[in-house]
Design a protein around this ligand. Structure first.
Ligand code: SF4
Ligand code: SF4
Length: 244
């Protein structure tokens, strides 16, 4: 969403206005919980994060994960280009040990998963059926059925001493985090969830610039037609030069 130079000014503004402190306070309102750590929810895709959460994760990766920068940039770039056509894509923060490498700063959507009762849990229509039709008609790209039809199931392994949370309180808390994005973007865009994007999308907007999106179709087509990654590898090479 922002180029790196703007990103640094956004990071400065967030520090100055204590937005990270406010974000931590909002996270602290969620109850303690444990789960079976099976990582099924981390293999569904990369969860959406508000821009302030992206900044928080960006800062954490910059300050604590220098040895993993290249690997993360590679995974995030692959995810950004292939999320709709490659069933192997998972959240780029999921390590080989099945653990989250940014657990302390994971976004609200990860923290909240499993805290609603089965009756209240809903993922919502991701619009993939419509998108699959459009991609086929306009670009002759087939989005695999497994991706079109996959829905993250409700998880019964999350245990909280405080029980399931009230749906409207959780929605209110998410909205409260969203308001922190008003410092960077027009309120209307934030309210329409225009700043709620998967981490790889935020990161690739920073790293690859605004042209990345327009090249997506060519990369996807090369992958679906011939399982080729030549174009993608060029973008990965560029992305992995990035310094956080
Ligand atoms: S929340 Fe559920 S699906 Fe996710 S890691 Fe924990 S047990 Fe697995
Ligand atoms: S950020 Fe961490 S907890 Fe959330 S999906 Fe990725 S690996 Fe899982």
């Amino acid at each position: 969403m922002l180029q790196q130079v703007e990103l640094y000014s956004a990071l400065g503004r967030a520090e100055q206005n204590e937005l990270f402190v406010k974000l931590e306070k909002a996270y602290a309102m969620l109850p303690e919980s444990t789960c079976a750590s099976c990582a099924t929810c981390c293999k569904w895709g990369s969860p959406p994060a508000f821009f302030i959460e992206y900044l928080n994760m960006y800062k954490y990766v910059r300050d604590n994960m220098k040895d993993s920068w290249q690997e993360l940039l590679k995974k995030a770039t692959e995810y950004y280009y292939l999320e709709l056509v490659d069933t192997e894509q998972t959240c780029p923060f999921l390590g080989q040990d099945n653990k989250c490498s940014i657990y302390q700063v994971r976004p609200f959507s990860c923290r909240a998963y499993g805290l609603l009762s089965k009756e209240d849990f809903e993922i919502g229509d991701r619009g993939l059926k419509h998108l699959a039709k459009k991609f086929k008609e306009e670009y002759d790209i087939t989005i695999p059925e497994e991706i079109v039809n996959y829905d993250l199931a409700w998880c019964d392994k999350v245990i909280s001493p405080q029980g399931y949370q009230d749906k409207s309180s959780m929605a209110g808390l998410a909205a409260q985090i969203g308001t922190l994005d008003y410092s960077f973007f027009p309120q209307e865009l934030v309210d329409q969830e225009g700043t709620l994007l998967p981490y790889p999308v935020h990161l690739c907007n920073t790293v690859l610039g605004s042209g990345a999106r327009s090249r997506k179709i060519k990369v996807m087509k090369q992958f679906t037609d011939a399982r080729e990654k030549e174009l993608l590898n060029g973008f990965i090479e560029k992305a992995t030069l990035f310094q956080f």
